[in-house]
Design a protein around this ligand. Sequence first.
Ligand SMILES: *Cc1c(COP(=O)(O)O)cnc(C)c1O
Length: 363
Amino acid sequence: MSQSKAETLISAVFRQEILGLSAYHVADATGFIKLDAMENPYQWPDDIKQSWLQMLKSCELNRYPDPEAKHVTRLIKEQDKIGSGFEIILGNGSDEIIQMLLMALPPEACVLSPHPSFVMYQQVSKSLGLDFINAPLLPDSFDLDLPAMLAAIAQHKPSIIFLAYPNNPTGNLFDAQAIKTIINAAPGLVVVDEAYAPFANASFMNELGNYANLLVMRTFSKLGLAGLRLGYLVGATAIINELNKIRLPYNINCLTQATVEFALQHSDIFVEQTQRICVERGLMYDQLVQIAGIRPFPSHANFILFKTPDHKAVDIFNAIKEQGVLIKNLSSQGGMLADCLRVTIGKPEENRAFLDALKKACC
Ligand SMILES: *Cc1c(COP(=O)(O)O)cnc(C)c1O
């Protein structure tokens, strides 16, 4: 089929918004020290890996997985002490949960999140043709601009508000009282996205009973199981029941179900690894502060956002990359993220390699 014929078909068949989007780009990390994607750098100890492989032998790959992932669901509800009246829904990553939530909205609905925040809220909203609104965070502190959020709520009456807690890419926790004010003012649902909960001493899980419109989202990705793709959303049973009508029946494959069950039985490993990452985060911050021209922002997540001297971010990013370390360049997003780069906390030797590369790049 000729190129032009394909293009004619595409514009005749696909929604106009899709044509205007770009696919979510992930940099090729082959051969690099990978500090770009908030992954846990640690693997499981060998003996644990062996018993995991042994356990996988009993997975029946010829059968469909449990469509409701009942066992995993029960274990997660126990772990998070989810009380009666609340349910959880699992997604192939929390990205899929964002998609399910937004697919449930009417076409004229509006979605709100502060800016800068996690890009998938906007990406998925746009791909579904929904109106996406954002309200800027406060410069420097990156905290919620509460009057701006409340004004956006009053003006646009968003069906869903997404609040990442801690926020990505800034790493801070928003003021909890401001979040509560937003939940009270919201005419629709408020999703508190706790992807980085393992690294923060804060959560809205205990607030679920206080607000009918609150949903809390978590993922196993940043904890150390990014390759499995499992996220979940906790909320009032009636709301979760509606979302289950949109969820594809076998969205959690049997290897993921079995592995997460196994992982939850060895959760001490993750506790130990996340503690190590939090210690390294403190050391990394202290080192970054001392580099002339670099301004790191305090973080409650497993990454640190930092500002470089004016118009130097791209050069510094490239110079670090040439030294074999891949981080994330956010400066192209402009606005509050102008001159900003983001580094994920890795193993001590990876962090050292990054800091050495940054120091060389800066002078
Ligand atoms: C990484 C991230 C997610 C997506 O996690 P997955 O479960 O891997 O899809 C969701 N929200 C925020 C804020 C994130 O940073």
